[in-house]
Design a protein around this ligand. Structure first.
Ligand SMILES: [Fe+2]
Length: 178
């Protein structure tokens, strides 16, 4: 009786092991399947959304216009969406541990410094910085979409792009008042 129970348990463990191996193998495959271009754009767009958020926080502190704080909150959600993809595909987050105005990508850091200087000149200049950021985001998100075959990544980029079009329209309507 005891031997039968042992055999039963061993059989269950063997079956469980056989089931677990393909699941494990599948997981490894998912984390390594992205091309270097796909990884590049995920990391770039994560930092580009952070650039938008950080510049808008800076410009809100400078000018006090609620459009900057509202859109900064939206950029935080965009950052979170991209972070979700980085986690899903096992890619290190370039924004991890970086405070406001800090970036791993040197080009983005340089752009941040330029944009906060430009936007400090006047309120109109600040809204124009918003237009520039959103137009740049739309172009880069399109590049990201064109580079990936993954439906989940395309969906996130497409949603972010829709957000950018909304932000662009909001900044343009502010500019129309001046
Ligand atoms: Fe945006």
């Amino acid at each position: 009786m005891k031997t039968k129970q042992l055999v039963g348990i061993l059989t269950l463990l063997t079956v469980a092991g056989m089931l677990a191996i393909p699941v494990f193998a599948q997981k490894i495959q998912t984390t390594t399947a992205l091309t270097s271009e796909e990884v590049y754009w995920l990391k770039y767009i994560r930092e580009e959304e952070k650039l938008a958020r950080d510049v808008y926080i800076y410009l809100y502190n400078q000018w006090g216009s609620s459009i900057f704080s509202n859109i900064a909150a939206s950029e935080q959600m965009h950052m979170d969406k991209v972070r979700g993809l980085l986690d899903k595909y096992g890619i290190a987050d370039p924004a991890e541990g970086n405070g406001l105005g800090e970036f791993d990508n040197d080009d983005i850091k340089t752009l941040y410094t330029k944009l906060i200087a430009d936007g400090s000149a006047s309120k109109v200049a600040a809204f124009n910085v918003g237009v520039f950021i959103e137009e740049t985001d739309i172009d880069d998100l399109q590049k990201g979409i064109d580079t990936t075959t993954y439906r989940d990544i395309k969906t996130v980029y497409t949603n972010l792009m829709q957000g950018s079009y909304n932000h662009l329209a909001a900044f343009e309507s502010q500019l129309a008042k001046y």
